[in-house]
Design a protein around this ligand. Structure first.
Ligand SMILES: NC(=O)c1ccc[n+]([C@@H]2O[C@H](COP(=O)([O-])OP(=O)(O)OC[C@H]3O[C@@H](n4cnc5c(N)ncnc54)[C@H](OP(=O)(O)O)[C@@H]3O)[C@@H](O)[C@H]2O)c1
Length: 327
């Protein structure tokens, strides 16, 4: 197949592009900055400059394409808001598909988006799901709730760095999933006609609370975490303040999302039927423990290597110094 991946420089999108290439598909990536996306070209993908918010850039990107996998979302640091990218940008994409010969679309939503109308990104995902249902396209909606990759910056690095780990008072058990596993589902959907016009939750093997993840990290790193709790009142206040300025809109919207993670309502779903439909083996899914174990093993090996190198440099300097003093 010839696939167009949107958001291929992102955490999930790059795994989608990689998996698609590994499976032998031809991959075209719609990218805002070809320079930033050069690694995708090295992997074998074709790059086409474009932007979801520039409708005229989308039709040319769809030429000769069989299916689109959209893994784009507004970056927290971007000047474009969530509304501009995740709503108006996605409407542009859906309308471009309707005008083109491409009918197949894989769209990533968020689990339980319909339950949080006050959280802008959740509301937008929910509206997009409804818009897709009316679109006439052959869409499949995949609804993850969190990525294992996000746990590295949120927990593992601060613990290794002896920095505080910020968690909310009541933490929501979340069934994080590896983006490599999510990419597998996205690609497999294209081979399973039963998935057309359907929506599926995508969750990991178990839902974890923040405190439990911290315990796993502490055991694997041998270091104790410094836990800092943010209370919900402060979080809401910060959200209101950041809403005042246009340049902090995205931060305000992310803070709103933090409230979902503090709601205490588990982000998890029944996943067995999903594996059956997709014909994938649940036993192959990465567990949180194995993911973090691999990370800490790799980091500790790297740290040992660096320590060995610095010891070696020190010894070499010591050996050299008598020679230097003779000359
Ligand atoms: N992260 C999570 O825990 C999570 C949970 C559930 C669902 N999801 C969903 O999964 C999908 C992927 O999320 P992610 O965390 O992997 O995203 P990410 O790492 O933040 O990457 C976002 C991607 O979207 C691209 N993008 C942003 N604005 C764009 C625009 N105007 N036009 C074209 N491309 C644009 C970015 O390109 P640049 O490199 O140019 O910025 C980047 O490739 C999203 O739909 C998200 O809502 C994520």
């Amino acid at each position: 197949m010839k696939l167009l991946v949107v958001g291929a420089t992102g955490t999930l999108g790059r795994q989608v592009a990689k998996r698609a290439l590994d499976e032998g598909h031809q991959v075209r990536c719609l990218v805002r900055s070809p320079k930033k996306a050069s690694f995708l070209k090295e992997w074998g993908a074709e790059l086409i400059p474009g932007n979801l918010c520039d409708a005229s850039s989308l039709l040319p990107a769809l030429e000769d394409i069989d299916a689109v996998i959209d893994a784009a979302t507004a970056r927290a640091t971007d000047s474009l808001s969530i509304k501009q990218v995740d709503w108006y940008g996605k409407v542009n994409l859906i309308q471009a598909l309707q005008k083109s010969a491409v009918k197949r679309l894989i769209f990533f939503s968020i689990l339980n988006s319909e339950k949080y109308p006050d959280v802008p990104l959740m509301e937008i995902k929910n509206c997009t799901e409804k818009y897709l249902a009316e679109s006439g396209l052959d869409y499949t909606i995949l609804r993850p709730c969190g990525f294992l990759q996000g746990l590295i910056s949120q927990y593992a690095i601060p613990i290794l760095d002896n920095q505080p780990v910020w968690i909310t008072g009541e933490s929501t058990p979340t069934a994080y999933m590896n983006t490599q596993d999510i990419a597998k589902f996205a690609l497999r959907a294209l081979d399973v006609p039963e998935t057309i016009k359907q929506s599926y939750p995508l969750v990991g093997t178990q839902a974890w609370k923040a405190e439990e993840i911290i315990e796993v990290c502490e055991n694997l790193s041998g270091q104790e975490a410094k836990i800092s709790r943010v209370n919900l009142v402060l979080l809401r206040l910060m959200r209101k303040v950041s809403r005042f300025f246009q340049w902090t809109y995205n931060i305000s919207d992310r803070l709103a999302f933090a409230e979902v993670l503090a709601s205490g309502q588990p982000l998890n779903a029944e996943i067995d039927p999903v594996y059956q439909v997709f014909g994938l083996d649940q036993g192959d899914t990465t567990t949180l423990e194995s993911y973090l174990q691999e990370y800490f093993t790799r980091i500790q090996k790297k740290l040992k290597e660096l320590d060995y190198q610095s010891q070696k440099t020190k010894k070499t300097k010591k050996k050299r110094s008598p020679f230097k003093s003779k000359t």
